[in-house]
Design a protein around this ligand. Structure first.
Ligand code: SF4
Length: 209
């Protein structure tokens, strides 16, 4: 498995040398808000919404000037706007009251914020603070299972499998590689297996060929 995983990571690095987060942000706080908004929503849509929102409300202090209803109007098009607004304002209050206005950089503290689960904490920890973590979103979950590098029926199991299969210093990069591959080649409905340069190592391809 170690050898297979190494070959897959080498190929992903060759395919996506510029793999990077698609969400736009100028601070750990803005990234946190963007990641909360990105649940069940595209990064493109979130970037449009945050471009407007962060003009006036890009810090914890300025965000708390908004009522829940006012925030909902900004983020309406991201979907689930009621619960997302509630989580953003609760997390922001925690940041102000418990962490002196700064997003905490420790993973276990990030998870104490409202609306911040394992995936969101992993993204903020890795992208904003340079920590080692693999956030398992829908693309990472699907591609990892298909390739057979981390099989599991829950994001938690897949994360544990990836942590075991991939060297720690590559966790954050691997997260972006797998997202790129899921978006560009290994689509949920019609994976382009014939043209996928990972197919010689892929369990799913071997099973359907
Ligand atoms: S061979 Fe097919 S299923 Fe496997 S990673 Fe490539 S596109 Fe996905």
């Amino acid at each position: 498995m170690e050898e297979k995983c190494g070959k897959i990571l080498d190929e992903l690095a060759r395919l996506y040398p510029d793999a990077a987060p698609a969400l736009r942000f100028a601070s750990p706080y803005q990234l946190l808000v963007a990641v909360i908004l990105s649940a069940q929503c595209t990064d493109e849509r979130v970037n449009k919404v945050t471009a407007e929102l962060f003009k006036q409300h890009g810090t914890p202090q300025t965000m708390l000037a908004l009522t829940q209803e006012q925030l909902e109007k900004y983020i309406y098009s991201c979907g689930f706007y009621h619960s997302k607004a509630k989580h953003i304002l609760s997390a922001t209050r925690d940041i102000e009251e418990k962490f002196g206005g700064e997003v905490p950089c420790r993973h276990e503290l990030l998870k104490t914020l409202a609306g911040v689960g394992q995936k969101t904490a992993n993204v903020v920890y890795a992208v904003a603070f340079g920590g080692d973590a693999i956030a398992v979103d829908t693309h990472v979950f699907r591609v990892s299972n298909r390739l057979g590098i981390a099989a599991g029926n829950t994001p938690d199991k897949v994360e544990k499998g990836l942590n075991a299969a991939i060297p720690k210093q590559l966790w954050s990069k691997a997260h972006h590689y797998l997202i790129y591959h899921g978006r560009r080649v290994c689509h949920s409905q019609k994976p382009d297996c014939e043209n996928c340069t990972l197919n010689k190592w892929c369990d799913y391809y071997a099973s359907v060929k």
